[in-house]
Design a protein around this ligand. Structure first.
Ligand code: ADP
Ligand code: ZN
Length: 621
């Protein structure tokens, strides 16, 4: 078999996605690779397909137990023999798995990094042929990354102990330069082909909303997308509980996930979500790594995440099947405070020196500020994301939340000068909230304590709304007329360019949102989800989609598997569109491979025949 036949037979896909083929070819030539792809882009195919073509065994190193189980289940579903070895297995089970592996029963074995250097595993590894070691979530090896895991360092010493060095492939969704360099260096990749692929996820709708009542927004949104699977992320356990209770009271099939729950309950709740027993999960960012559920239709953020990497990874859990899905961030300026608190109280590696800790804090603060810029930008959100991840991202996408909003450009040069006056009067000693409060003529306790009413600039911008002044200052920072210190205070300061502004050599314009009837509708949560497949299916088509989903649920229950491992939403939609009536036609459907056809194909065919009476022409969806 060649790589195309493998893709067709085991995955039911007709063609490779961007980047997949190049990575696979390099691996097959025996060269190391580093694949940088966003969540949902299809990293697993990049190492699983060559694994099936190479003579020996492929070891996949992955940080999370749930991920391994899911991937191995998916492979077994597709007819590939695979196993995993981690702490969820008993010693007995491990012995058995290694014995089977020794007999060549598995082509792919997932291993937790802590297991690699156990004597037993080393003995096994020395006795068999290992063709490749694939490192998933490879950024975990970098001290500078978001999720450094010391156990990842075992990979390096493990490979050194092998009789023959296998091909190394590494995959991650984190693209910043220093993390990338670290992966290559620490893992010891040899002249790897590094491939960064399309961070753009065309099927995701991005939007940032500043609404007065976030809970209410969520309540409406969820009610409006009743049958769909969604994740709601909150920054704290307390918020998770609050939103969870709110939705539960409304009768939503909702569950929750955070570090305060017992391991047992977390597992149960996660399974309820994955197996479609509960459609919504409210969670902290502890939830999600290793969740491969492909039919998540929306990811809402009740709070702003700490950085773009986290945001894109969390939001990216929507629409892995390539179907249209929403990623909506509900922003409130208070989120900066919550996040600073979380950053300051973050657990860190006890081996770090003071100096290193300071550097990390500064990076975290900088990442947080960039995240806040994302929330405040009036430009195309997709372009912003792509630029951040090092892609071109020129022009506006025309279909994100910002591209669809209407703006008014306003000259605010005079107001910008007032901001500078204020900073100078206050000796550049304060951050955003105090400066804005002063200009607005605010009266809260903090402003009183600092006696800001003594400054001449107090209240000089009182006819503006708070958000407008924040937008103005945001623009001034982005254009370089001001800067914000990279520490927890985020002090506002003037720069070398500020004088140009005062001298009238340049002007500042700020985009202001015009409240169109559409955004007002959105605030009330009226958006309607039945439209999600409206481009593809008509109303009757959507009704049939529900019928197929029900059949999928039934099969999933019988098999004790998550429904999306039977067939993805995308596959079901494609069935609605094509209405296959024979084995050949069914195999044409996206996501139906030969093996899965044998298992489930006929039942779906029967369902289609029954529904349409075999008269496809009459049922054009
Ligand atoms: P990642 O690990 O990069 O987050 P996955 O490997 O889980 O992404 O893949 C995301 C989804 O895309 C999966 O449902 C996978 O089956 C699907 N996929 C991968 N490659 C292809 C392809 N060539 N054509 C169609 N779908 C694909
Ligand atoms: Zn856009």
């Amino acid at each position: 078999m060649n790589k195309y036949e493998i893709l067709e037979k085991y995955y039911g896909y007709r063609s490779f996605r961007e980047g997949q083929e190049a990575l696979i070819d390099h691996i097959l030539e025996g060269k190391d690779v580093l694949g940088i792809m966003p969540t949902g882009a299809g990293k697993s195919v990049c190492y699983q397909v060559p694994a099936l073509l190479m003579p020996g065994i492929t070891l996949v190193i992955s940080p999370l137990i749930s991920l391994m189980k899911d991937q191995v289940q998916a492979l077994n579903q597709a007819g590939v023999h695979a196993a995993y070895i981690n702490s969820s297995l008993s010693e007995n089970q491990i012995t058995k798995a290694l014995a089977f592996a020794g007999q060549g029963r598995y082509k792919i074995i997932y291993v937790a990094p802590e297991r690699l250097e156990t004597e037993r595993f080393l003995r096994f590894a020395a006795a068999v042929e290992i063709s490749m070691v694939a490192v998933d979530e490879a950024h975990c090896i970098s001290q500078w990354g978001q999720d450094f895991r010391p156990s990842y360092l075992h990979i390096v010493s493990f490979i050194e102990k092998l009789p023959r060095r296998p091909v190394l492939s590494a995959f991650t969704a984190t693209a910043t330069g220093e993390v990338k360099d670290d992966i290559v260096e620490v893992l010891g990749l040899r002249e790897p082909m590094t491939l960064v692929t399309g961070f753009d996820r065309q099927n995701l709708f991005f939007s940032v909303e500043q609404v007065k009542n976030r809970s209410q927004y969520i309540q409406h949104y969820v009610a409006d997308h009743e049958k769909e699977s969604g994740i709601i992320y909150c920054a704290t356990r307390k918020n998770v509980e609050k939103i969870y209770e709110l939705l539960a009271k409304e009768g939503v099939a909702v569950t929750r996930y955070h570090a305060g729950l017992s391991g047992e309950e977390r597992q149960k709740n996660q399974d309820d979500f994955i197996y479609d027993r509960k459609s919504v999960i409210v969670a902290t960012n502890a939830f999600g790594m290793g969740i491969d559920k492909s039919n998540v239709r929306y990811v809402l953020h009740y709070n702003m995440p700490q950085c773009m990497e986290n945001y894109y990874q969390e939001a990216g859990r929507a629409g892995r099947d390539g179907e249209p899905s929403d990623c909506i961030l509900l922003y409130s300026a208070q989120d900066m405070m919550i996040n600073r608190f979380l950053i300051e109280n973050k657990e860190s590696n006890p081996d770090f020196t003071e100096e290193e800790l300071r550097t990390i804090r500064e990076r975290d603060e900088k990442r947080l500020q960039i995240m806040q810029f994302y929330c405040n930008t009036k430009e195309c959100l997709r372009a912003y994301i792509l630029r951040y991840f090092g892609e071109k991202g020129e022009g506006a996408c025309g279909k994100c939340g910002n591209c669809q909003k209407q703006y008014l450009e306003k000259d605010m040069t005079q107001e910008a000068k007032k901001v500078v006056d204020c900073l100078e009067e206050q000796g550049e000693r304060y951050g955003m909230s105090v400066v804005v409060g002063t200009l607005l003529g605010g009266k809260n306790a903090k402003l009183k304590e600092y006696q800001v009413n003594q400054y001449p600039s107090y209240g000089t911008l009182s006819k503006w709304r708070e958000q407008e002044i924040r937008d103005l200052i945001g623009s001034m920072i982005q254009e370089g007329y001001l800067r914000q210190t990279q520490d927890k205070y985020g002090l506002l300061q003037t720069t070398g360019k500020t004088q140009d502004l005062l001298d009238g050599l340049c002007s500042i314009t700020v985009k202001m949102e015009l409240k169109s009837s559409k955004t007002v509708e959105k605030e009330n949560g009226i958006k309607g989800s039945t439209g999600r497949y409206a481009d593809i299916l008509n109303r009757r088509g959507i009704a049939f989609f529900e019928v197929l989903r029900e059949l999928r649920r039934e099969i999933a229950r019988e098999q004790g598997l998550p429904p999306y491992l039977i067939f993805s939403d995308k596959t079901l939609v494609d069935m609605c569109v094509r209405l296959p009536m024979s084995r050949e036609e069914m195999l044409e459907v996206n996501g139906v491979g030969a093996y899965k056809y044998e298992k489930y194909g006929e039942r779906f065919l029967a369902c289609i025949m029954e529904y349409t009476g075999g008269l496809r022409e009459k049922f054009y969806f």
